[in-house]
Design a protein around this ligand. Sequence first.
Ligand SMILES: [Ca+2]
Ligand SMILES: [Ca+2]
Length: 173
Amino acid sequence: MAYDTYRHRTMLYGGGPDYGTNYRDLWDYVAPDAPFINGITPDQTVPAGARVTLHVGAAGTQPFTYQWRVEGVPLSDHDNISGSNTSTLVIDPINLTDGDVYDACFVSAVSNPVTITVVCTTDLNHDGSLDDFDYFDFLNSFFSNEDPADFNGDTNVDDFDYFDFLNGFFAGC
Ligand SMILES: [Ca+2]
Ligand SMILES: [Ca+2]
């Protein structure tokens, strides 16, 4: 083991005396100087009202101090947001207006961005507004037993689908 001035890290080398300067003979990193991010939840599309969990993985010298951000602005816990200073951000329930680009950062590292797209499941024709056309689209599919008549996705088309649709429709999404 030796401190590698080129990589600014303490390195564990394998084998003979020449290996200390040969990148391909590197075995492993040990004791990196700063925390680094090694993974984050992928982009996702979720229905409004869903519980959304974003997780960032980190490695390096602890302790880690996490800060989740949205569009680069630090988040703090409030209403439907929790875990903004932990490895797992929870948005529950997510609102249409919460769809955005999220990331997590340390003082010295920033994760890849995660884009959360929130969709209104009752906007059946996907035109961005909830109106009678969506209602009639649902009725048509319901009585002809075609997609998306199984609104709650339990493989049965029944009154529960109708009520779930109506609930969403009159709740505004
Ligand atoms: Ca619509
Ligand atoms: Ca159903």
